[in-house]
Design a protein around this ligand. Structure first.
Ligand SMILES: Nc1ncnc2c1ncn2[C@@H]1O[C@H](COP(=O)(O)OP(=O)(O)OP(=O)(O)O)[C@@H](O)[C@H]1O
Length: 250
């Protein structure tokens, strides 16, 4: 089997006396969709925050493509190709959809070295083309010129995904991407996630079990900070420890 894209080894995060993530060893292979599920407070978001550099692990390691990333800054982690699509709004509301995505594509391609500076002008028009392609992919080309603030809720969520895609991530972390959406928008978002997973690795935190079971190739289940099960949707749906965790009995 090929090396995992992301691997944690006994990673632990404590906040004072509270252990939010406890001794979690998990491998995410390259490609496809993996989901992290678990009851409220299980430690899912904290695990994402460790992956993105928002928090440093208290103990243990996190490797991306075989290199330690635990404790790196968010900026360094993004530059390695790990990007998070936020559940909270993460765009400039007065700028248009296109401008928001274009800023993200520019940030991805414009470095700070002298060569980058010389390439800057040419890269701006490329960034504009790329931004349009990203907007098309997330279904927002027809509202490209509307300000982000004027987009409907589901469109704003897709804009956030577009901003993440604009940096061409290898690993896209998505935190409840369908939260608050109606059935039609949910279906559109699920199709988009499946499309993204054709050429990037996607890890989802998702509470909607129908989506999780339909879309995931593999699922990791957390409860009270611990990883209690890993497996395919069929394996997880039959796992007794998982059923107990969801019934609140463990
Ligand atoms: N910055 C922080 N400081 C202190 N405690 C925190 C912090 N972040 C998370 N926690 C605590 O860590 C535990 C795990 O929280 P986390 O948000 O990771 O769970 P979750 O599985 O994402 O839950 P939910 O599904 O409700 O979002 C909770 O008890 C939470 O209160």
């Amino acid at each position: 089997m090929s090396d995992p894209l992301l691997r944690t080894d006994s990673v632990t995060k404590r906040f004072g006396k509270l252990t939010a993530v406890s001794d979690v060893s998990l491998s995410i292979p390259e490609g496809g969709i993996s989901s992290i599920i678990g009851p409220n407070g299980a430690g899912k978001t904290t695990l994402f925050n460790l992956f993105t550099g928002k928090h440093a692990p208290t103990e243990g390691s996190i490797e991306f493509r075989g290199e330690e990333i635990g404790g790196l800054s968010p900026h360094e982690i993004v530059s390695r190709g790990i990007v998070r699509s936020y559940q909270i709004t993460n765009f400039f509301s007065e700028l248009s959809a296109l401008e928001n995505v274009r800023l993200a594509t520019q940030a991805d391609r414009t470095g700070f070295g002298p060569d980058d500076f010389l390439r800057h002008h040419a890269s701006l028009s490329d960034a504009a083309d790329e931004a349009e392609a990203v907007l098309d992919r997330v279904g927002l080309l027809d509202v490209a010129d509307q300000t982000a603030a004027n987009l409907a809720y589901g469109q704003r969520r897709h804009l956030e995904i577009g901003i993440a895609l604009a940096t061409d991530p290898d690993l896209l972390l998505m935190d409840e991407p369908t939260a608050g959406m109606g059935p039609e928008q949910t279906n559109a978002t699920v199709s988009l996630i499946e499309d993204i997973a054709e050429d990037a690795t996607v890890v989802l935190i998702e509470h909607d079990m129908d989506i999780v079971m339909n879309i995931s190739e593999r699922i990791a289940v957390m409860n009270k900070g611990e990883l209690i099960a890993r497996g395919t949707p069929a394996e997880i749906s039959e796992n007794e420890a998982v059923q107990r965790a969801y019934l609140g009995g463990e």
